[in-house]
Design a protein around this ligand. Structure first.
Ligand SMILES: [Zn+2]
Length: 140
């Protein structure tokens, strides 16, 4: 049985207690239009169970999301006629997560609509990189 949070807006959408513009549903996953779209066709893909951040999602549910994301993105592109898009998935308030239930945004991108990105890239230090590789591979 997947976890639920009775105060969560996305859990209420999954349960049908709040209406949504649903475009897809299977055993583990649901997708619906974002009601505050950044662009035409902006769609949300969520696990039906309540997990706050992606790292909490069970492997089977993560696989189910990964399986349908390309298919839904393809359909959104076909219908909107917009070829470029971003997949955005935020975890935690500092990372701009506004609803505490894992969700993937599919955001069509045109010259004047879609996701704006500030990308202040740095330079990867070789020694630090080697440490990170060793520690991350150990943590997996
Ligand atoms: Zn929820």
């Amino acid at each position: 049985m997947a976890p639920k949070d009775s105060n969560c807006i996305f859990c209420k959408i999954v349960d049908g207690d709040i209406p949504s513009y649903k475009v897809y549903e299977d055993e583990h996953v649901m997708a619906f239009l974002d009601v505050g779209p950044l662009s035409h066709g902006h769609t949300l893909v969520i696990p039906k169970g309540h997990w706050v951040t992606l790292d909490q999602v069970p492997e089977q549910v993560g696989a189910a999301i990964g399986k349908v994301l390309p298919k839904i993105a393809k359909a959104v592109c076909k219908v909107t006629g917009i070829e470029d898009y971003n997949i955005l998935q935020n975890n935690g308030s500092a990372a701009h997560q506004a609803v505490g239930h894992v969700h993937f945004h599919i955001i069509p991108k045109t010259a004047d609509s879609g996701l704006g990105i500030d990308w202040p890239s740095g330079k990867l230090d070789g020694e630090l990189a080697a440490d990170l590789v060793a520690n991350i591979t150990q943590a997996l």
